[in-house]
Design a protein around this ligand. Structure first.
Ligand code: ADP
Length: 386
């Protein structure tokens, strides 16, 4: 392998075989691409849509060498990779899109924050605490930020695991002990009025395509629902678009990037984090945009022209279907009820049931006068019963 042998690429390797890779399937077929997936288990969702699978963990760089031997280019649905291990493959000519420098930046929340600050993008105030810091260091840094504050593991956090709000100085040491004294970030708690997200794609030629700004709402720090477009002033959307373009350029992105932000009462935008892949906040694009985020990622990494990103309906709502504390039959009954909703498309990832696990999502296309919050509430009543 693995200089880019075909233009545009024909076989795309995907590191990670969860639902994000699974949702690339129809787009790959449309573009005439073959997907080869690296994922540990034969029950992982994307195994069903892949032309071939390398069964190994996403951090197994030796397995990625096997993947590379079968592909023109490698992209990611999961960023928890072995950066050092992949470097020797890149040095030997394997093409990774996005590049490994971008992957290593997002692997560490500290590096993300420092990068945003360096390029002049607005961050929450933050401080870093190393594993060998004393309780006195912890207290001093925390007091400089102020309470409440947010403590986050620098690495490997997802869906709010590794993110805790600390209300008072007396909770500090116990909270850090629960993090096993790992290196953490201390951040000001942002009393946001909304959380916003935006997807941006960029091609190797430097063309950029930006999706509409959406509003995300989390429950217990996990994304529960997304409203597209975000109900914000036009100036907020255009600043979000500016942030997306700046990040895509500064990161020399080739692929797709999800950006999550906080919007304060005074309409300040602060960046929370970025993910160099398709993102839960972009699932609505499958049914409500001219080009889905999955097709766009494949277009960008396989050297095809980017597609248009406009909404194809006035608005849309996406609700995540998390595993319930119920038996399998109840999950299926509720899925049947959701299937009756008008203008809605259900995605069921066929993963093992576990309470709280992201098992699927549903997107409903809405008219100009529909109330998106009421639409989300109706969906959630059918699924969660509340
Ligand atoms: P993860 O990387 O696990 O997704 P995040 O850092 O995105 O974790 O945090 C998950 C959620 O926690 C965010 O969507 C937001 O609701 C809340 N959160 C995170 N950081 C802050 C902060 N500094 N201020 C207020 N809320 C926050």
């Amino acid at each position: 392998m693995a200089q880019r042998t075909a233009h545009p690429a024909k076989r795309v390797g995907v590191i990670g075989g969860g639902q994000l890779a699974w949702m690339m399937g129809p787009a790959a077929q449309k573009l005439g691409l073959e997907l080869v997936v690296q994922t540990p288990r034969d029950t992982d969702p994307a195994v069903a849509i892949a032309q071939a699978t390398v069964f190994a963990s996403v951090a197994d760089a030796a397995a990625t060498a096997t993947l590379a031997a079968q592909c023109d280019v490698i992209t990611f649905e999961n960023e928890f990779i072995d950066r050092q291990g992949l470097q020797s493959l890149a040095d030997g000519g394997t093409v990774f899109c996005p590049g490994l420098d971008l992957l290593s930046l997002v692997l560490d929340k500290r590096h993300q924050r420092e990068f945003f600050a360096q390029i002049g993008l607005p961050n929450p105030r933050f401080a870093c605490l190393d594993a060998d810091a004393s309780d006195a260091d912890l207290l001093a840094k925390a007091e400089a930020i102020g309470f409440p504050l947010v403590m986050k593991t620098r690495r490997l956090g997802y869906d709010g695991q590794g993110t805790t709000v600390v209300q008072t100085p007396s909770d500090l040491s116990a909270t850090w002990a629960r993090f096993n004294h790992a290196p953490v970030l201390l951040e000001e708690f942002v009393p946001f009025k909304q959380e916003l997200a935006i997807m941006v794609a960029r091609s190797a030629q430097g063309n950029v395509a930006v999706y509409p700004t959406v509003e995300t709402q989390q429950v217990n720090q996990i994304c529960r629902r997304v409203f597209a477009p975000a109900r914000v002033r036009a100036g907020v959307s255009s600043r979000m678009e500016g942030i997306a373009r700046t990040l895509a350029e500064e990161l020399d992105l080739v692929g797709i990037l999800g950006i999550e932000c906080f919007l304060t009462e005074s309409d300040r935008i602060l960046i929370n984090e970025i993910a160099p892949r398709t993102h839960n906040s972009g699932h609505y694009t499958l049914d409500a945009c001219e080009t889905s985020q999955f097709e766009q990622q494949l277009r960008a990494v396989s050297d095809r022209p980017l597609g248009p990103t406009a909404l194809t309906c006035p608005q849309a709502v996406m609700v995540n279907l998390l595993g319930l504390e119920e038996d399998e039959a109840t999950h299926h009954q509720r899925l049947e009820a959701l299937k009756q909703l008008p203008n809605a498309t259900l995605y069921w990832y066929t993963k093992g049931l576990r309470p709280g696990r992201k098992l699927g999502h549903i997107t409903q296309r809405l008219g100009p006068r529909d109330d998106p919050a009421a639409a989300a509430a109706a969906i959630e009543t059918l699924w969660y019963g509340t």
